[in-house]
Design a binder for this molecule. Structure first.
Ligand SMILES: [Zn+2]
Length: 231
């Protein structure tokens, strides 16, 4: 798969349906290069890095996780540079790091994880950098504002805003809960409010093509209405 250039300094390695791999991204500053999400596995990390090399781009100095889920975090051991996450994400990863029953069950029950790990072994590594609620990073010419958002997907969802480029990374925060994707309207409405108040041009969710702000807000409103109708 090839990288897509989203803005002057932002590159996207698109999501892949077959293994439900989230998109990965590189934000290129003059002092530091930041990746969003580590990826599903060693193979996923290597494919992303091969695509960066093919376009003459640097490997990341720092990788920030959008939340603890395997497809975003299990690549952590294989990244270049350091990995950082919000404290709740770190704690979730710490809890499952040596939980063989959890990992066995994931491999047995999730067809995408089973496909990803057909020829690989799961090895969970903890991020080196941990922060509470938010983190601001000066990449040189660009700033990344990482902030915790309320979500019905998980309680550790992080959004990342690059103000200069008008890009907001959503991770999976607009989803319902795994594995039935049911949306809890209370946190969902709070999330809609926060996103409405955030200044961005394009939103990048991990398993969707990029949304304009207008399209994202309409999509979320539609989801909210159908959730409320279902009761
Ligand atoms: Zn997720």
């Amino acid at each position: 798969m090839k990288l897509e250039r989203i803005t002057e300094n932002i590159y996207l390695y698109p999501f892949e349906e077959q293994r439900d791999r989230p998109c990965l991204s590189l934000i290129k500053g003059t002092k530091m290069n930041l990746a969003i999400d580590a990826g599903h596995s060693q193979e996923h990390v290597e494919e992303f890095y091969d695509a960066l090399r093919a376009d003459g781009l640097p490997l990341p100095d720092l990788t920030i996780l959008t939340h603890w889920h395997w497809d975003h975090s299990f690549g952590c051991k294989y990244i270049h540079g350091f990995c950082g996450c919000e404290r709740r994400t770190w704690e979730k990863l710490k809890n499952i790091q040596n939980d063989e029953a959890f990992i066995d069950n994931l491999l047995k029950t999730d067809e995408y994880v089973a496909r990803e790990y057909r020829d690989q072994k799961v090895s969970v590594e903890l991020p080196q950098l941990v922060f509470d609620e938010s983190l601001d990073i000066d990449l040189g010419g660009l700033h990344a504002h990482c902030f915790h958002v309320v979500s019905s997907h998980t309680d550790d969802c992080l959004a990342i805003l690059t103000k200069e480029e008008g890009i907001l990374y959503l991770g999976d925060c607009i989803s319902g809960v795994y594995p039935d994707w049911k949306i809890d309207p209370v946190p969902f409405q709070e999330l809609i409010r926060v996103l409405q108040e955030t200044d961005f041009r394009l939103a990048i969710g991990s398993h969707w093509p990029p949304f304009t702000k207008e399209d994202l807000m309409a999509y979320l409103q539609e989801n909210l209405e159908s959730t409320l109708k279902e009761g």
